[in-house]
Structures are given as C-alpha cells and as structure tokens.
Design a protein around this ligand. Structure first.
Ligand SMILES: Cc1cc2nc3c(=O)[nH]c(=O)nc-3n(C[C@H](O)[C@H](O)[C@H](O)COP(=O)(O)O)c2cc1C
Length: 242
C-alpha cells in the first residue's frame, strides 16, 4: 500500500512540475500572486500535509512490534504475531530447550520441541543439561526441560556431574519461567525421579513453573500430545503478555 502511495506522490509531483513549467511559460509576472492562487497554494499544502500524516500512520500500522517476555530482554530480536501502533519495539529472548537423555528419546523430543517453537516463530536455543549455566538461565525468560531417568532413579550419564554439582547449589532464577517433561517408566521404583529432581531444583532456585510438570510413562502418546499442547499454549500466552 505504501509503495502505491509513494508512486502516486511522485506521479503527482511530476505532474505538478510539468504544470508549473507551463504556467510560468513566457515572461515572468513579478506582481504578488492573486488571492485565488494563494487559495490554490494553501489548499495544495494542506492536502500534502494530510497525505503525509496518512502515510505516516500507514507505516506505523504496518510496523512489526516486538514484545518482551516478562520484561526480560534477550540478545536476539524477533517479531511477534501481534501488532501495536506507536509502541517501541523491544527485544524478545530466545526460548531455551534443555535435555537430559540416556538413550536418545528425550533428546529427540527436545529437537521436536525446537521444531515446534520455530513453527511458532520463536527463536530457540537447544542445550544438553551440562551446558546450562546460571547466567544462561538468568538471561532466559522461558525454558523447557526434557529429562529422562536412567539407572535406579539416576540422571542420564551426561547429566550426572551437573546433578552432583550445579543442582546442589541454589541459583538465582526468579526471572525464569520453565516447564518440565519428565520421561520414565512406571515399572521402575523411582518413577521419573530425575525429571522430578530438575523440577524441584528449579523451584528452589525461585523459577516459576509456566505449566505443571508432565510425566511420560513409557512414551505414552497422550502425555506427549499434552506436552506439545502445553508448549504451544505457553508460547502463545507469552506473546500476549508484555
Ligand atoms: C537402564 C534403564 C534404567 C531406567 N531407569 C528408570 C528409572 O529409574 N525410573 C524411571 O522412571 N524410568 C527409568 N527408565 C526408563 C527411561 O527413563 C525411559 O525409557 C525414557 O523414555 C528413556 O529416555 P531417554 O532415551 O531419553 O534416555 C530406565 C530405562 C533404562 C533403559
């Protein structure tokens, strides 16, 4: 629409220039313009001003607005689906997806979660649990943790050290919202023990659960569908809040 308006403006200016050239043909008339021409000039100026204001409003209306999640600014910029007139754009933090996986199922689900978030137009970062740092979580406003349980209620191998060190301290994560998908098998005594530990640790750190923990018993498809719906609802809810 703006391009059409611009083209119309240029065309009318060229027409006006051509008209002026014809108008001033011959000898110059040095006397002040007659009243009628003052009115024509004033009308033209007012019409031009109205056109400028209208174009400016169109530009503002078409400008994508960026919404911050809970006011936490991130390093990546991204636009949301909503639009707002006259509000300054603000950065939106990427969503963090974290996994702890022994035989690959949680990692596969984490990748699917990333794909889902990307289809929802969110920038996403995927990390194994041991690469998560306190600063990273402090810079994140929404994180999704997918954690399976191995051994007899143990963390997956790659997450053992993180469990034994980092999860024994209390990080300051009051700005973080999170959700946990705990993977396990109810035939084990310590069902979903590690996912539950991750959830409890995040609560101790002051993070707020964006949704209740979902436990997946032996790849239960209903629980997995609930997770997908929960991720979608969480992210879409965030975009409304600012
Ligand atoms: C050796 C082994 C030990 C397991 N121990 C537990 C357990 O203690 N508690 C539990 O809920 N699930 C347990 N599980 C089930 C896994 O957590 C479940 O199959 C999960 O989906 C595996 O995810 P992953 O592929 O990401 O490791 C165990 C599975 C295996 C193979």
């Amino acid at each position: 629409m703006t391009k059409v308006v611009n083209a119309l403006c240029i065309a009318s200016l060229m027409l006006a220039a051509w008209g002026c050239a014809l108008w001033t043909d011959g000898t110059w008339w040095m006397a002040p313009p007659r009243v009628q021409r003052w009115w024509v000039a004033t009308g033209g100026s007012v019409a031009y001003a109205v056109l400028c204001v209208w174009c400016f409003r169109e530009v503002l209306r078409n400008q994508p607005t960026v919404v911050a999640i809970d006011g936490v600014a991130g390093s990546h910029e991204q636009t949301d689906a909503g639009k707002s007139i006259g509000q300054p754009a603000r950065p939106i933090a990427p969503v963090l997806v974290v996994y702890a996986s022994e035989t690959g199922f949680a990692e596969e689900l984490a990748q699917q979660t990333v794909d889902l978030l990307q289809t929802l137009n969110r920038s996403v970062e995927l990390l194994p649990l041991e690469e998560v740092t306190e600063v990273k979580l402090q810079q994140t406003s929404q994180a999704f943790f997918l954690a399976s349980t191995a051994g007899e209620g143990e963390p997956p191998g790659h997450a053992c050290e993180f469990h034994d060190t980092m999860m024994q301290s209390v990080w300051s994560l009051s700005g973080l919202r999170y959700a946990v998908l705990a993977l396990g098998d109810s035939s084990y005594d310590k069902y979903c023990a590690f996912g539950r530990s991750v959830d409890a640790w995040l609560q101790r750190c002051g993070a707020a659960a964006s949704s209740d923990r979902i436990e997946v018993d032996d790849a239960d498809p209903i629980a997995l569908a609930n997770w997908q719906a929960s991720v979608e609802a969480t992210v879409q809810g965030e975009l409304v809040a600012s």
